[in-house]
Every structure is written in structure tokens, then in C-alpha cells.
Design a protein around this ligand. Structure first.
Ligand code: SF4
Length: 244
């Protein structure tokens, strides 16, 4: 597996858990707000064998309860299943995957092996993000439905959908549409609303992206009746806030 970075102790990559996080190299999208844009091309990082990865995990195992594999896009790694299988067989730790959900077959193949998957839902408007066309959006929705089913089948599985709130990808008016769509897709699980942070994004995109007041987003979600989702906001000023 090609690893671009390792964070030995993180409390933000799996909700409610302390984790070691591996950032895989390479991504099939090119989001303007990407904080990890140096990983997109796949040229940075080094190949680590399953044993290399287990050694790093074991060196940090006293401090963590979870291993997060993030990216980049981790489902692009051909040995993802082997790595996950080895961690599950040779440690007592949870395994959690952060994905953009664009590779449905990989999500389907890995879901039964891991303890949770989070999927970034980028926008409902095709073409606003390069490579995020209508077919890709359909595939991401299929992945979201799949993790919702896994959660119903196995309630210990953590399903999470993440939205980064910034124009033009997700303007304020799109938030209730996405929430109602998630409900109509029978999604159950966590919905995490992330406040846009322009630190570490590519300078040429800064003027194109507009943050949205997170308090307005929270109020809008709280006004939706009979919300079946657990909604959390990641805010810049107050950290994690329970919305619903
Ligand atoms: S999917 Fe994630 S890693 Fe890939 S370009 Fe978008 S934000 Fe960056």
C-alpha cells in the first residue's frame, strides 16, 4: 500500500475514537477544497508492506482503539483488502475507512470486513468538481445506500456521510435537499457537516470557494422535523457540536 503520511494519534478521523491514521497516496478526484492535494497525483509516499503497517500500528497500539485508512482515496490501493484482513486478524483494533464513495465495487467488497466507513458526498451538481459527473454521483449514492444497509445488518458498523459546506459545491439551499435525499435513500447513521476551512487548499482556488455560516446550516437542519439521522457539525470555532 502506498502511504503518503501517518498520524500516530488522531481524535478527528473516526468520530469518538482515538486512532492511528494512514493517508494513502493517489486520488481519482481533484476537489478544489482538498487539504491533501499533494497526495492526488499518487507520486508522494512510499510503499509499505502489510508487515510494515502492522509494525507501525503495534508501536502505537497502547494509545488507540482504531485504525483509520484515509487518503487520497484508499479504495484505489490494490492491497486494501489484504491490509484490512491482516489488521483484523492480528490486532484487536477497529478498522475505519474514509472514502469518496466513487468506487462502489471496492466499498461493497470491504464493507463486511471493517467497523465503519465514512463517505464524502461532494455535491448534487455534476461537473462542479472535476470528474464528479452525474454517473459518479449515482455511484456515490449507491455506495451510501450500501453502507446504510451494512449498518442495518450489523448495528456495530458505523456509517457516516460527510458534507463540506462551501459554495459552489454545497450552497446553503442544497443542505436540506441533501438531508431529505439521504432520508429518501433510507440512509441511517451519522451525518457530519464540516465547516469549510481554506487553510492548506491550493492558492488558485481560494477566491473560487465561499464558506457558509455554519450556524445557519445548524439552524436549518434543526428546523427539519422527524430527523432520523445523528447530525454532527465540525466547526472551526467550537470543534464538534451535536446538531440533532
Ligand atoms: S476526494 Fe478527498 S483526497 Fe480526493 S481530491 Fe477530493 S478532498 Fe482530496
Amino acid at each position: 500500500m502506498k502511504i503518503a503520511a501517518i498520524v500516530p494519534y488522531s481524535t478527528v478521523d473516526e468520530l469518538g475514537r482515538s486512532s492511528i491514521t494512514f493517508f494513502t497516496s493517489g486520488c481519482n478526484l481533484d476537489c478544489q477544497y482538498c487539504h491533501n492535494h499533494r497526495l492526488i497525483s499518487g507520486s508522494v509516499g512510499k510503499e509499505m508492506t502489510v508487515d510494515d503497517i502492522l509494525t507501525v500500528i503495534n508501536d502505537n497500539a497502547r494509545f488507540i482503539t482504531s485504525v483509520v485508512i484515509s487518503g487520497g482515496e484508499p479504495t484505489l490501493q490494490p492491497d486494501l483488502l489484504d491490509v484490512v484482513t491482516a489488521i483484523k486478524q492480528r490486532t484487536k483494533l477497529r478498522v475505519y475507512i474514509n472514502s469518496n464513495g466513487t468506487r462502489f465495487d471496492a466499498i461493497r467488497d470491504i464493507a463486511g470486513m471493517v467497523d465503519g466507513i465514512s463517505i464524502d458526498f461532494k455535491t448534487m451538481m455534476p461537473g462542479v468538481i472535476p470528474h464528479y459527473d452525474s454517473r459518479t454521483i449515482e455511484t456515490v449514492i449507491k455506495s451510501i445506500r450500501y453502507i446504510a444497509n451494512e449498518y442495518r445488518r450489523r448495528p456495530t458498523f458505523k456509517a457516516e456521510v460527510r458534507l463540506t459546506i462551501a459554495e459552489p459545491m454545497i450552497p446553503l439551499g442544497m443542505v436540506p435537499i441533501i438531508v431529505m435525499s439521504l432520508i429518501s435513500w433510507t440512509y441511517e447513521g451519522y451525518l457530519v457537516i464540516q465547516e469549510f476551512d481554506d487553510e492548506n487548499i491550493r492558492p488558485e482556488f481560494k477566491h473560487l470557494l465561499k464558506p457558509i455560516d455554519i450556524d445557519r446550516v445548524v439552524s436549518m437542519i434543526r428546523s427539519i422535523d422527524t430527523m432520523p439521522l445523528y447530525v454532527i457539525a465540525r466547526t472551526l470555532a467550537n470543534g464538534i457540536v451535536l446538531v440533532q
